[in-house]
Design a protein around this ligand. Structure first.
Ligand SMILES: Nc1ncnc2c1ncn2[C@@H]1O[C@H](COP(=O)(O)OP(=O)(O)OP(=O)(O)O)[C@@H](O)[C@H]1O
Ligand SMILES: O=P(O)(O)OC[C@H]1O[C@H](OP(=O)(O)OP(=O)(O)O)[C@H](O)[C@@H]1O
Ligand SMILES: [Mg+2]
Length: 285
């Protein structure tokens, strides 16, 4: 039975459960459930605080986990990223009242409030900036107004929280984060566990592909086939089948969903017709 840690709360938990569900795994029905078994897939899910997941996985008691890249780095736990999942994307940045600081050097002798003490302390130490770090559990934007710190370091997605607190980012982004799958670093899992882990990763990769690609079908004249194929190269190469009408072929290829409309326009312009796109529900590359 593969043992997997999943976030029980916060920004990661909803999208993680949704992705696991799309990958065909049973998920908990109530937010209070801490552990469920999915016997058909031989997987057991443990719903844990996102911050604790890297610690559990590094201990070796759980095989893999879903967490945030920033939380993994912050924990300093002996675990490694094995698959980025594309949700809960954010940037980790310094911010302050306008005019407080422009560069990292301006932080010397000052106090930085953050929930990610590990990331901030490491970043400052690597750049030989001597500043104090105050740990707060959340809502760190308020720390400046209340005089607990002059600067904060926090997760920024849309920037709304910073704007509402009258703060501005400064300096280079400290890191970019998103949800990831992690496993213990340097461990040597037995073959049975390894094969279950690889199957789990293939399922999640299938969901990622199904979310980012659509299937495109169209008809085109044989003379235009090379141009059309250049627009829709597919993953390996497109499927080309003869049509009953001589001189025409039907083409089928996966294309990135974001580019589908532009590609349809370009195909139309070179004479392709009956251009259709359909959603992909699941996939194994
Ligand atoms: N607004 C956001 N947009 C995208 N990702 C976010 C956002 N806030 C937090 N995250 C990401 O979520 C993870 C933190 O999860 P965690 O549950 O600890 O905090 P949270 O989502 O802020 O929830 P809460 O503060 O309610 O506990 C990190 O990987 C972080 O980068
Ligand atoms: O750039 P934005 O889109 O505003 O998102 C970033 C904010 O979201 C998170 O806060 P959350 O609501 O989780 O509260 P917290 O600070 O207590 O964790 C994060 O800590 C930032 O404050
Ligand atoms: Mg938060």
């Amino acid at each position: 039975m593969l043992r997997i840690a999943v976030p029980n709360k916060g920004s990661l938990s909803g999208p993680a459960a949704e992705m696991l569900h799309e990958a065909g795994y049973q998920q908990r029905r109530e937010s209070k459930e801490l552990r469920i078994v999915d016997p058909e897939n031989e997987v057991e899910f443990f719903y844990l605080r996102p911050r604790d997941i890297a610690i559990y996985v590094s201990s070796g008691r759980l095989d893999i986990g879903v967490t945030g890249r920033d939380l993994l780095i912050d924990s300093g736990a002996n675990a490694e990223e094995i698959l980025p999942l594309g949700f809960a994307r954010s940037t980790f940045r310094f911010a302050g009242k306008p005019g407080t600081a422009n560069t990292l050097d301006d932080l010397k002798g000052r106090t930085v409030a953050t929930s990610y003490e590990g990331i901030v302390a490491k970043h400052l130490a690597e750049r030989s900036v001597d500043a104090s770090v105050v740990h707060l559990d959340g809502a760190v934007e308020t720390a400046i107004e209340l005089g607990v710190a002059e600067v904060i370091a926090d997760v920024v997605e849309t920037g709304t929280s910073l704007r509402n607190a009258g703060l501005e980012v400064f300096g280079e982004p400290i890191m970019k984060s998103e949800a990831i799958v992690i496993r213990r670093a340097g461990g040597e899992p037995d073959d049975a566990v390894e094969s279950k882990v690889q199957q789990f990763l293939r399922r999640l990769q299938g969901v990622l592909v199904a979310r980012t690609y659509v299937m495109m079908d169209y008809d085109c004249r044989v003379e235009q086939l090379e141009k059309a194929v250049a627009l829709t190269p597919g993953l390996e190469s497109p499927t080309v089948s003869p049509l009953h009408n001589e001189g025409w072929v039907a083409v089928r290829a996966m294309v990135p969903a974001k580019e589908a409309q532009r590609i349809m326009d370009d195909l139309y312009d070179i004479g392709a017709r009956a251009i259709l796109t359909t959603a992909i529900h699941a996939c194994r590359l």
